[in-house]
Design a protein around this ligand. Structure first.
Ligand code: MD3
Ligand code: FE
Length: 203
């Protein structure tokens, strides 16, 4: 079922559910080559979310700043290629919300354990804000915080569960957003873990 969240933003409930096992097994290969790591913010804080990437560029954070880099700084190698099942889910979800020409070149993978959160922020390290961002939730359920174009706007809470996909584009592309602290839980496929794939046109 498709729920409109705001102009340019929609929640596609269960859109990727039938492919969640395929997405998770493709993720295993990515993580073998580019292990999850806790990045450090430019301010010097270790992020509670663990991250890796696939595709032509990966989002990295270090004391020098945020950027998209074609090379994994931890391995010195290019990030693993984006698996076809990743690309297909992302482009099909974008098309279902009216973004027919979305061609993601980067996928940031976030790993949450109970207590992990992401505070309100904007995604603005990408070159082209006309492209949407597509988010695929796997494993434990979470609550997205969906704010406005100003940090001061009180966010709406959007529950997401395994297989849900959210597309954020157009007027919603630069809204402040975050993730509430992950509650304790156990998921048959991922255990005490939530995985979020975010597809971006970064370059
Ligand atoms: C709304 N990740 O990686 S995805 C991030 O669940 C990030 O891991 C969260 O925020 C997660 O940057 C939330 C949902 C999301 C992603 C991008 C957005 C929502 C967005 C861009 C604009 C507006
Ligand atoms: Fe974000």
């Amino acid at each position: 079922m498709k729920l409109r969240l705001a102009d340019g933003a929609a929640l596609l409930q269960g859109f990727a559910a039938a492919r969640s096992d395929n997405l998770l097994s493709a993720l295993q290969s990515i993580v073998s080559a580019a292990p999850f790591r806790h990045m450090v913010t430019p301010g010097g804080f270790r992020m509670s979310v663990a991250m890796t990437n696939c595709g032509h560029a990966g989002w990295v954070s270090d004391p020098s700043g945020y950027r998209y880099d074609p090379v994994d700084p931890n391995t010195g190698q290019p990030w693993p290629a984006m698996p076809a099942v990743f690309f297909d889910v992302a482009t099909q979800a974008a098309a279902a919300v009216g973004f027919e020409n979305f061609e993601p070149d980067a996928c940031l993978v976030n790993r949450y354990e109970p207590g992990t959160r992401i505070s309100l922020h904007q995604d603005k390290d990408e070159r082209d804000f006309t492209a949407p961002i597509v988010s695929v939730s796997l494993g434990l359920p979470a609550v997205f915080l969906f704010g406005g174009l100003k940090r001061s706007e009180r966010p709406v809470r959007i529950p997401v569960k395994n297989g849900d996909v959210v597309v954020w584009g157009g007027p919603s592309r630069l809204v402040y957003h975050g993730v509430a602290p992950l509650p304790e839980g156990e998921h048959p496929a991922t255990g005490r873990t939530r995985i979020n794939l975010t597809f971006r046109k970064a370059l």
